[in-house]
Design a protein around this ligand. Structure first.
Ligand code: UD1
Length: 437
Protein backbone atom coordinates (compact mmCIF):
# COMPACT_ATOMS: atom_id res chain seq x y z
CA UNK A 1 0.00 0.00 0.00
CA UNK A 2 1.58 3.26 -0.98
CA UNK A 3 0.68 6.88 -0.31
CA UNK A 4 1.65 9.96 -2.29
CA UNK A 5 2.44 12.93 -0.12
CA UNK A 6 1.99 16.22 -1.97
CA UNK A 7 2.66 19.66 -0.56
CA UNK A 8 0.70 22.07 -2.68
CA UNK A 9 0.42 25.77 -3.20
CA UNK A 10 3.50 26.51 -5.29
CA UNK A 11 3.62 27.06 -9.01
CA UNK A 12 5.25 24.49 -11.28
CA UNK A 13 8.36 24.88 -13.37
CA UNK A 14 10.15 22.08 -15.11
CA UNK A 15 10.46 19.66 -17.93
CA UNK A 16 9.35 16.06 -18.33
CA UNK A 17 9.64 13.30 -20.90
CA UNK A 18 6.19 11.85 -21.48
CA UNK A 19 5.98 8.11 -20.75
CA UNK A 20 4.95 5.54 -23.35
CA UNK A 21 1.20 5.04 -23.63
CA UNK A 22 -0.38 2.44 -21.36
CA UNK A 23 -3.32 2.00 -23.69
CA UNK A 24 -1.04 1.28 -26.59
CA UNK A 25 1.41 -0.93 -24.70
CA UNK A 26 -1.24 -3.41 -23.52
CA UNK A 27 -2.73 -4.42 -26.92
CA UNK A 28 0.75 -4.33 -28.49
CA UNK A 29 2.11 -6.73 -25.90
CA UNK A 30 -0.92 -9.00 -26.37
CA UNK A 31 -0.34 -8.95 -30.14
CA UNK A 32 3.01 -10.66 -29.68
CA UNK A 33 1.30 -14.05 -29.18
CA UNK A 34 0.12 -13.82 -32.80
CA UNK A 35 3.68 -14.05 -34.08
CA UNK A 36 5.98 -17.00 -33.93
CA UNK A 37 9.00 -14.76 -33.54
CA UNK A 38 10.49 -12.04 -31.39
CA UNK A 39 8.61 -8.80 -30.76
CA UNK A 40 10.54 -5.79 -29.48
CA UNK A 41 8.75 -2.90 -27.78
CA UNK A 42 10.65 0.31 -27.09
CA UNK A 43 9.49 3.15 -24.84
CA UNK A 44 7.55 0.68 -22.74
CA UNK A 45 6.19 2.42 -19.63
CA UNK A 46 6.94 1.00 -16.16
CA UNK A 47 3.44 0.40 -14.92
CA UNK A 48 1.76 -2.24 -12.82
CA UNK A 49 -0.67 -2.90 -15.73
CA UNK A 50 2.33 -3.66 -17.94
CA UNK A 51 3.70 -5.98 -15.24
CA UNK A 52 0.31 -7.74 -15.11
CA UNK A 53 0.40 -8.16 -18.91
CA UNK A 54 3.93 -9.57 -18.75
CA UNK A 55 2.78 -12.11 -16.12
CA UNK A 56 0.04 -13.25 -18.50
CA UNK A 57 2.49 -13.48 -21.42
CA UNK A 58 4.87 -15.61 -19.33
CA UNK A 59 2.02 -17.79 -18.09
CA UNK A 60 0.87 -18.59 -21.64
CA UNK A 61 4.41 -19.56 -22.62
CA UNK A 62 6.17 -16.45 -23.95
CA UNK A 63 9.66 -15.62 -22.87
CA UNK A 64 9.84 -11.96 -21.85
CA UNK A 65 13.03 -10.00 -21.23
CA UNK A 66 13.42 -6.44 -20.10
CA UNK A 67 16.28 -4.05 -20.78
CA UNK A 68 15.65 -0.48 -19.64
CA UNK A 69 12.47 0.64 -21.35
CA UNK A 70 12.66 -2.15 -23.97
CA UNK A 71 10.61 -5.33 -23.65
CA UNK A 72 11.43 -8.39 -25.76
CA UNK A 73 8.66 -10.97 -26.15
CA UNK A 74 9.56 -14.30 -27.70
CA UNK A 75 6.39 -16.22 -28.62
CA UNK A 76 8.12 -18.89 -30.73
CA UNK A 77 7.39 -21.76 -28.32
CA UNK A 78 4.07 -23.50 -27.62
CA UNK A 79 1.34 -21.16 -26.33
CA UNK A 80 -1.29 -22.08 -23.72
CA UNK A 81 -4.82 -20.94 -24.53
CA UNK A 82 -5.92 -20.04 -21.01
CA UNK A 83 -5.27 -17.38 -18.40
CA UNK A 84 -5.98 -18.02 -14.69
CA UNK A 85 -8.59 -15.97 -12.85
CA UNK A 86 -6.24 -14.11 -10.55
CA UNK A 87 -4.21 -12.79 -13.52
CA UNK A 88 -7.35 -11.70 -15.37
CA UNK A 89 -8.76 -9.96 -12.32
CA UNK A 90 -5.77 -7.66 -12.04
CA UNK A 91 -6.60 -5.73 -15.19
CA UNK A 92 -9.64 -5.17 -17.36
CA UNK A 93 -7.62 -4.90 -20.55
CA UNK A 94 -6.60 -8.54 -20.13
CA UNK A 95 -9.69 -9.32 -22.26
CA UNK A 96 -7.50 -8.25 -25.19
CA UNK A 97 -5.86 -11.69 -24.94
CA UNK A 98 -9.10 -13.31 -26.08
CA UNK A 99 -8.71 -12.46 -29.78
CA UNK A 100 -4.96 -13.02 -29.83
CA UNK A 101 -5.01 -16.42 -28.07
CA UNK A 102 -8.00 -17.63 -30.06
CA UNK A 103 -6.21 -16.77 -33.27
CA UNK A 104 -2.95 -18.39 -32.23
CA UNK A 105 -4.31 -21.52 -30.53
CA UNK A 106 -7.76 -22.07 -32.08
CA UNK A 107 -9.23 -21.77 -28.58
CA UNK A 108 -9.05 -19.47 -25.58
CA UNK A 109 -10.46 -19.57 -22.09
CA UNK A 110 -10.42 -16.49 -19.85
CA UNK A 111 -12.38 -15.20 -16.89
CA UNK A 112 -14.16 -11.86 -17.08
CA UNK A 113 -11.69 -9.07 -16.49
CA UNK A 114 -11.09 -6.71 -13.54
CA UNK A 115 -9.70 -3.17 -13.65
CA UNK A 116 -11.09 0.23 -12.69
CA UNK A 117 -14.59 0.27 -11.30
CA UNK A 118 -16.26 2.68 -13.69
CA UNK A 119 -19.71 1.13 -13.57
CA UNK A 120 -20.72 -1.88 -15.64
CA UNK A 121 -18.08 -2.61 -18.27
CA UNK A 122 -19.52 -5.34 -20.45
CA UNK A 123 -17.60 -7.43 -22.98
CA UNK A 124 -20.57 -8.13 -25.28
CA UNK A 125 -18.95 -6.28 -28.20
CA UNK A 126 -15.74 -8.29 -27.89
CA UNK A 127 -17.82 -11.47 -27.96
CA UNK A 128 -19.91 -10.24 -30.89
CA UNK A 129 -16.78 -9.39 -32.90
CA UNK A 130 -15.23 -12.82 -32.39
CA UNK A 131 -18.52 -14.58 -33.18
CA UNK A 132 -18.63 -12.67 -36.47
CA UNK A 133 -15.32 -14.37 -37.31
CA UNK A 134 -16.79 -17.80 -36.60
CA UNK A 135 -15.85 -18.33 -32.96
CA UNK A 136 -18.11 -20.47 -30.77
CA UNK A 137 -18.25 -18.77 -27.41
CA UNK A 138 -19.72 -20.07 -24.19
CA UNK A 139 -19.84 -18.35 -20.84
CA UNK A 140 -20.10 -20.26 -17.60
CA UNK A 141 -19.10 -19.45 -14.03
CA UNK A 142 -17.59 -16.11 -15.05
CA UNK A 143 -15.34 -17.73 -17.66
CA UNK A 144 -15.49 -17.14 -21.38
CA UNK A 145 -14.42 -20.03 -23.57
CA UNK A 146 -13.94 -19.53 -27.31
CA UNK A 147 -13.26 -22.14 -29.94
CA UNK A 148 -12.56 -21.95 -33.63
CA UNK A 149 -9.78 -23.97 -35.24
CA UNK A 150 -9.52 -21.44 -38.08
CA UNK A 151 -11.21 -18.05 -37.86
CA UNK A 152 -12.91 -16.82 -41.05
CA UNK A 153 -13.03 -13.19 -42.14
CA UNK A 154 -16.37 -11.44 -41.84
CA UNK A 155 -18.15 -8.14 -41.31
CA UNK A 156 -17.96 -6.79 -37.76
CA UNK A 157 -20.38 -3.89 -37.27
CA UNK A 158 -19.74 -2.29 -33.89
CA UNK A 159 -22.76 -0.34 -32.62
CA UNK A 160 -20.47 1.61 -30.24
CA UNK A 161 -16.86 2.42 -31.11
CA UNK A 162 -15.34 0.33 -28.32
CA UNK A 163 -11.56 0.66 -28.23
CA UNK A 164 -10.95 -2.78 -26.76
CA UNK A 165 -13.45 -4.55 -29.03
CA UNK A 166 -11.91 -2.89 -32.11
CA UNK A 167 -8.44 -4.06 -31.02
CA UNK A 168 -9.64 -7.57 -30.19
CA UNK A 169 -11.33 -7.79 -33.59
CA UNK A 170 -8.13 -6.66 -35.34
CA UNK A 171 -5.99 -9.15 -33.43
CA UNK A 172 -8.34 -12.00 -34.28
CA UNK A 173 -8.80 -11.02 -37.92
CA UNK A 174 -5.18 -10.53 -39.03
CA UNK A 175 -4.57 -14.30 -39.15
CA UNK A 176 -8.12 -15.32 -40.15
CA UNK A 177 -8.91 -16.89 -43.51
CA UNK A 178 -10.15 -14.22 -45.93
CA UNK A 179 -11.09 -10.59 -45.48
CA UNK A 180 -12.64 -8.73 -42.57
CA UNK A 181 -14.24 -5.31 -42.45
CA UNK A 182 -14.78 -3.61 -39.09
CA UNK A 183 -17.31 -0.79 -39.30
CA UNK A 184 -18.09 1.58 -36.44
CA UNK A 185 -14.48 1.05 -35.33
CA UNK A 186 -12.97 3.18 -32.58
CA UNK A 187 -10.62 5.83 -33.98
CA UNK A 188 -8.26 6.33 -31.04
CA UNK A 189 -4.58 6.93 -31.91
CA UNK A 190 -3.61 3.80 -29.98
CA UNK A 191 -5.47 1.75 -32.61
CA UNK A 192 -3.28 3.31 -35.28
CA UNK A 193 -0.23 2.36 -33.19
CA UNK A 194 -1.47 -1.25 -33.13
CA UNK A 195 -2.07 -1.21 -36.90
CA UNK A 196 1.48 0.10 -37.50
CA UNK A 197 2.96 -2.74 -35.53
CA UNK A 198 0.75 -5.45 -37.05
CA UNK A 199 1.81 -4.23 -40.50
CA UNK A 200 5.46 -4.39 -39.50
CA UNK A 201 4.80 -8.03 -38.57
CA UNK A 202 3.40 -8.71 -42.05
CA UNK A 203 -0.34 -8.19 -41.45
CA UNK A 204 -2.47 -6.66 -44.17
CA UNK A 205 -4.53 -4.06 -42.36
CA UNK A 206 -5.59 -0.54 -43.28
CA UNK A 207 -7.99 2.15 -42.17
CA UNK A 208 -7.13 2.46 -38.46
CA UNK A 209 -7.87 6.01 -37.34
CA UNK A 210 -11.06 5.98 -39.41
CA UNK A 211 -14.33 4.22 -38.62
CA UNK A 212 -13.69 1.45 -41.17
CA UNK A 213 -10.79 -0.99 -40.82
CA UNK A 214 -10.09 -3.52 -43.58
CA UNK A 215 -8.02 -6.60 -43.00
CA UNK A 216 -6.85 -9.41 -45.29
CA UNK A 217 -5.90 -12.42 -43.23
CA UNK A 218 -2.41 -13.88 -43.49
CA UNK A 219 -1.47 -17.32 -42.20
CA UNK A 220 1.66 -16.33 -40.34
CA UNK A 221 3.04 -13.17 -38.80
CA UNK A 222 6.70 -12.52 -38.13
CA UNK A 223 8.05 -10.69 -35.10
CA UNK A 224 8.50 -6.93 -35.32
CA UNK A 225 9.86 -3.89 -33.57
CA UNK A 226 7.81 -0.99 -32.31
CA UNK A 227 8.34 2.24 -30.42
CA UNK A 228 5.25 2.77 -28.27
CA UNK A 229 3.56 6.13 -28.82
CA UNK A 230 3.55 8.80 -26.08
CA UNK A 231 0.80 8.65 -23.46
CA UNK A 232 -1.65 11.42 -24.28
CA UNK A 233 -3.56 10.97 -21.01
CA UNK A 234 -0.45 11.20 -18.83
CA UNK A 235 0.52 14.32 -20.80
CA UNK A 236 -2.99 15.77 -20.28
CA UNK A 237 -2.71 15.08 -16.54
CA UNK A 238 0.60 16.92 -16.17
CA UNK A 239 -0.66 19.85 -18.26
CA UNK A 240 -3.79 20.00 -16.09
CA UNK A 241 -1.50 20.07 -13.04
CA UNK A 242 0.30 23.15 -14.36
CA UNK A 243 -3.00 24.82 -15.30
CA UNK A 244 -4.20 24.24 -11.73
CA UNK A 245 -1.03 25.25 -9.88
CA UNK A 246 0.21 27.91 -12.33
CA UNK A 247 3.72 28.19 -13.79
CA UNK A 248 5.33 26.83 -16.92
CA UNK A 249 6.03 23.24 -17.92
CA UNK A 250 7.60 21.65 -20.94
CA UNK A 251 6.64 18.13 -22.01
CA UNK A 252 8.85 16.43 -24.56
CA UNK A 253 8.40 13.15 -26.43
CA UNK A 254 4.73 14.18 -26.40
CA UNK A 255 2.04 13.90 -29.08
CA UNK A 256 0.24 17.27 -29.38
CA UNK A 257 -1.44 16.11 -32.62
CA UNK A 258 -3.50 13.58 -30.70
CA UNK A 259 -4.49 15.97 -27.93
CA UNK A 260 -6.43 18.68 -29.68
CA UNK A 261 -9.62 18.78 -27.53
CA UNK A 262 -7.60 18.79 -24.30
CA UNK A 263 -5.24 21.53 -25.51
CA UNK A 264 -8.23 23.60 -26.70
CA UNK A 265 -9.90 23.29 -23.30
CA UNK A 266 -6.70 24.33 -21.51
CA UNK A 267 -6.36 27.32 -23.86
CA UNK A 268 -9.92 28.36 -23.06
CA UNK A 269 -8.90 28.28 -19.39
CA UNK A 270 -6.30 30.97 -20.08
CA UNK A 271 -3.21 28.79 -20.55
CA UNK A 272 -0.68 29.75 -23.22
CA UNK A 273 0.27 26.63 -25.13
CA UNK A 274 2.94 26.21 -27.76
CA UNK A 275 3.47 22.96 -29.56
CA UNK A 276 6.25 21.51 -31.70
CA UNK A 277 6.53 18.13 -33.42
CA UNK A 278 6.86 16.24 -30.11
CA UNK A 279 6.77 19.11 -27.68
CA UNK A 280 4.15 20.91 -25.60
CA UNK A 281 4.93 23.99 -23.52
CA UNK A 282 2.17 25.25 -21.24
CA UNK A 283 2.29 28.47 -19.27
CA UNK A 284 -0.37 29.72 -16.88
CA UNK A 285 0.36 32.98 -15.13
CA UNK A 286 -2.88 34.97 -14.88
CA UNK A 287 -6.43 34.14 -13.92
CA UNK A 288 -7.67 30.63 -14.54
CA UNK A 289 -11.07 30.59 -16.26
CA UNK A 290 -13.65 27.87 -16.73
CA UNK A 291 -13.09 25.94 -19.99
CA UNK A 292 -16.86 26.00 -20.64
CA UNK A 293 -18.83 22.78 -21.04
CA UNK A 294 -16.80 19.60 -21.42
CA UNK A 295 -18.55 16.62 -22.98
CA UNK A 296 -16.60 13.38 -23.22
CA UNK A 297 -16.80 11.58 -26.57
CA UNK A 298 -14.96 8.84 -28.42
CA UNK A 299 -11.87 10.08 -30.29
CA UNK A 300 -11.50 12.67 -31.80
CA UNK A 301 -13.76 14.09 -29.07
CA UNK A 302 -12.74 14.98 -25.54
CA UNK A 303 -11.28 11.80 -23.96
CA UNK A 304 -13.10 10.37 -20.95
CA UNK A 305 -9.74 9.57 -19.32
CA UNK A 306 -8.78 13.26 -19.31
CA UNK A 307 -12.07 14.31 -17.71
CA UNK A 308 -11.05 13.76 -14.04
CA UNK A 309 -7.71 15.65 -14.30
CA UNK A 310 -9.42 18.49 -16.17
CA UNK A 311 -12.14 18.62 -13.53
CA UNK A 312 -9.39 19.00 -10.92
CA UNK A 313 -7.88 21.86 -12.92
CA UNK A 314 -11.29 23.60 -13.05
CA UNK A 315 -11.85 23.65 -9.28
CA UNK A 316 -10.29 27.09 -8.78
CA UNK A 317 -11.23 28.45 -12.21
CA UNK A 318 -13.37 31.56 -12.42
CA UNK A 319 -16.96 30.73 -13.32
CA UNK A 320 -18.93 27.51 -13.54
CA UNK A 321 -17.85 24.41 -15.45
CA UNK A 322 -20.30 21.78 -16.60
CA UNK A 323 -18.98 18.32 -17.41
CA UNK A 324 -20.98 15.60 -19.09
CA UNK A 325 -19.55 12.11 -19.06
CA UNK A 326 -21.02 10.07 -21.90
CA UNK A 327 -18.67 7.07 -22.02
CA UNK A 328 -18.65 5.49 -18.56
CA UNK A 329 -21.01 5.44 -15.60
CA UNK A 330 -19.49 6.02 -12.15
CA UNK A 331 -16.78 8.27 -13.42
CA UNK A 332 -17.24 10.80 -10.64
CA UNK A 333 -16.06 8.61 -7.78
CA UNK A 334 -13.24 11.05 -7.01
CA UNK A 335 -15.73 13.89 -6.36
CA UNK A 336 -16.27 13.32 -2.59
CA UNK A 337 -12.48 13.43 -2.09
CA UNK A 338 -12.25 16.69 -4.08
CA UNK A 339 -15.12 18.08 -1.98
CA UNK A 340 -13.18 17.22 1.17
CA UNK A 341 -10.41 19.47 -0.18
CA UNK A 342 -12.86 22.38 -0.47
CA UNK A 343 -14.17 21.92 -4.03
CA UNK A 344 -17.72 22.97 -4.93
CA UNK A 345 -19.01 20.18 -7.18
CA UNK A 346 -22.51 18.81 -7.66
CA UNK A 347 -23.18 15.68 -9.63
CA UNK A 348 -26.39 14.26 -11.03
CA UNK A 349 -26.10 11.19 -13.26
CA UNK A 350 -23.77 11.99 -16.16
CA UNK A 351 -23.41 15.67 -15.23
CA UNK A 352 -21.05 17.42 -12.86
CA UNK A 353 -21.28 21.13 -12.14
CA UNK A 354 -18.18 22.76 -10.71
CA UNK A 355 -18.27 26.25 -9.24
CA UNK A 356 -14.84 27.78 -8.95
CA UNK A 357 -13.61 28.36 -5.39
CA UNK A 358 -10.80 30.61 -4.25
CA UNK A 359 -8.92 28.08 -2.21
CA UNK A 360 -8.46 24.37 -1.83
CA UNK A 361 -6.80 22.78 1.19
CA UNK A 362 -4.79 19.60 1.54
CA UNK A 363 -6.53 16.58 3.04
CA UNK A 364 -6.13 12.86 3.54
CA UNK A 365 -7.84 11.29 0.54
CA UNK A 366 -7.93 8.01 -1.35
CA UNK A 367 -7.82 7.21 -5.05
CA UNK A 368 -10.83 5.15 -6.06
CA UNK A 369 -9.62 4.49 -9.60
CA UNK A 370 -6.73 5.31 -11.91
CA UNK A 371 -7.77 8.66 -13.43
CA UNK A 372 -9.74 9.72 -10.36
CA UNK A 373 -6.52 9.30 -8.39
CA UNK A 374 -4.67 11.43 -10.93
CA UNK A 375 -7.33 14.13 -10.45
CA UNK A 376 -6.66 14.13 -6.71
CA UNK A 377 -2.93 14.61 -7.34
CA UNK A 378 -3.68 17.57 -9.66
CA UNK A 379 -5.97 19.15 -7.05
CA UNK A 380 -3.40 18.56 -4.29
CA UNK A 381 -0.76 20.57 -6.18
CA UNK A 382 -3.02 23.62 -6.23
CA UNK A 383 -4.24 23.15 -2.64
CA UNK A 384 -2.71 24.79 0.37
CA UNK A 385 -0.86 22.46 2.69
CA UNK A 386 -0.27 18.77 2.62
CA UNK A 387 -2.32 16.04 0.94
CA UNK A 388 -1.86 12.37 1.68
CA UNK A 389 -3.16 10.48 -1.33
CA UNK A 390 -3.81 6.81 -0.55
CA UNK A 391 -4.81 4.09 -3.00
CA UNK A 392 -1.76 4.82 -5.15
CA UNK A 393 -1.88 1.24 -6.40
CA UNK A 394 -4.69 2.42 -8.73
CA UNK A 395 -2.63 5.36 -9.99
CA UNK A 396 0.55 3.36 -10.57
CA UNK A 397 -1.38 1.13 -12.97
CA UNK A 398 -1.14 3.96 -15.47
CA UNK A 399 1.39 6.59 -14.32
CA UNK A 400 5.08 5.80 -14.34
CA UNK A 401 6.71 7.11 -11.17
CA UNK A 402 4.19 9.89 -10.60
CA UNK A 403 6.17 11.28 -7.64
CA UNK A 404 9.29 11.60 -9.83
CA UNK A 405 7.30 13.18 -12.64
CA UNK A 406 5.66 15.77 -10.39
CA UNK A 407 9.02 16.56 -8.78
CA UNK A 408 10.57 17.05 -12.22
CA UNK A 409 7.83 19.58 -12.90
CA UNK A 410 8.69 21.53 -9.75
CA UNK A 411 6.01 20.05 -7.48
CA UNK A 412 6.67 18.67 -4.01
CA UNK A 413 5.69 15.01 -4.08
CA UNK A 414 7.00 11.89 -2.35
CA UNK A 415 5.84 8.32 -2.54
CA UNK A 416 5.65 6.75 0.92
CA UNK A 417 5.76 3.00 0.92
CA UNK A 418 5.05 1.34 4.26
CA UNK A 419 6.31 4.49 5.94
CA UNK A 420 9.49 4.68 3.84
CA UNK A 421 10.09 7.80 1.77
CA UNK A 422 11.35 6.92 -1.71
CA UNK A 423 14.01 9.25 -3.09
CA UNK A 424 13.98 11.16 -6.36
CA UNK A 425 14.15 9.05 -9.50
CA UNK A 426 17.72 9.24 -10.85
CA UNK A 427 16.78 8.40 -14.47
CA UNK A 428 17.45 10.95 -17.19
CA UNK A 429 14.40 13.00 -18.07
CA UNK A 430 13.45 13.32 -14.43
CA UNK A 431 14.99 16.60 -13.45
CA UNK A 432 14.36 20.29 -13.66
CA UNK A 433 15.20 21.82 -16.97
CA UNK A 434 18.01 24.41 -16.80
CA UNK A 435 15.96 26.68 -19.03
CA UNK A 436 13.13 26.54 -16.54
CA UNK A 437 15.35 27.12 -13.52
C1 UD1 B 1 -10.23 1.89 -23.39
C2 UD1 B 1 -9.11 2.44 -22.58
C3 UD1 B 1 -9.65 3.28 -21.43
C4 UD1 B 1 -10.59 4.35 -21.96
C5 UD1 B 1 -11.64 3.75 -22.87
C6 UD1 B 1 -12.50 4.81 -23.57
C7 UD1 B 1 -7.41 0.75 -22.85
C8 UD1 B 1 -6.57 -0.30 -22.22
N1 UD1 B 1 -8.31 1.34 -22.05
O1 UD1 B 1 -11.00 1.06 -22.53
O2 UD1 B 1 -8.55 3.88 -20.75
O3 UD1 B 1 -11.24 4.98 -20.88
O4 UD1 B 1 -11.03 2.96 -23.91
O5 UD1 B 1 -11.69 5.67 -24.31
O6 UD1 B 1 -7.22 1.10 -23.99
N2 UD1 B 1 -18.73 -1.27 -24.12
C9 UD1 B 1 -19.80 -2.13 -24.25
N3 UD1 B 1 -19.56 -3.43 -24.57
C10 UD1 B 1 -18.29 -3.90 -24.77
C11 UD1 B 1 -17.20 -3.01 -24.65
C12 UD1 B 1 -17.46 -1.70 -24.32
O7 UD1 B 1 -20.96 -1.74 -24.07
O8 UD1 B 1 -18.13 -5.09 -25.08
C13 UD1 B 1 -18.98 0.15 -23.75
C14 UD1 B 1 -18.34 0.51 -22.42
O9 UD1 B 1 -19.16 0.14 -21.34
C15 UD1 B 1 -18.17 1.98 -22.56
C16 UD1 B 1 -17.89 2.17 -24.06
O10 UD1 B 1 -18.33 0.98 -24.69
O11 UD1 B 1 -19.38 2.63 -22.24
C17 UD1 B 1 -16.45 2.41 -24.40
O12 UD1 B 1 -15.65 1.40 -23.84
P1 UD1 B 1 -14.33 0.89 -24.56
O13 UD1 B 1 -13.99 1.83 -25.65
O14 UD1 B 1 -14.48 -0.55 -24.88
O15 UD1 B 1 -13.27 1.03 -23.41
P2 UD1 B 1 -12.06 0.05 -23.13
O16 UD1 B 1 -11.54 -0.54 -24.40
O17 UD1 B 1 -12.42 -0.86 -22.02
Amino acid sequence: MSILKITGGRSLSGSLRVQGAKNSALPLLASSVLTEGLSVFRNCPRLTDVEATVRILRHVGCRVYEEGDVLYVDASGPILPEVPDEMMRQMRSSVIFLGALLSRCGEACLSLPGGCELGPRPVDLHVMALRALGAEITEAGGRLCCRCPRLKGGHIALPTPSVGATENAMLAAVRAEGSTVITGAAREPEILDLQDHLRACGALVAGAGSGVIRIRGTKKLRGGEKRIMPDRIAAATYLAACAAAGGRVRLYDACPRDMDPVLQALRRMGCRIETGENLIVLERRGTLRSPGPIITRPHPGFPTDAQPPLMAASLKAEGTTVMIETIFESRYRHVPALQSMGADIRTAGKTAVIRGVEKLHGASVRASDLRGGAALAVAALSAEGETLLGGMEHVLRGYEDMAGALTALGGEARLLEDGIVRGKDPRPGYGRDAEDG
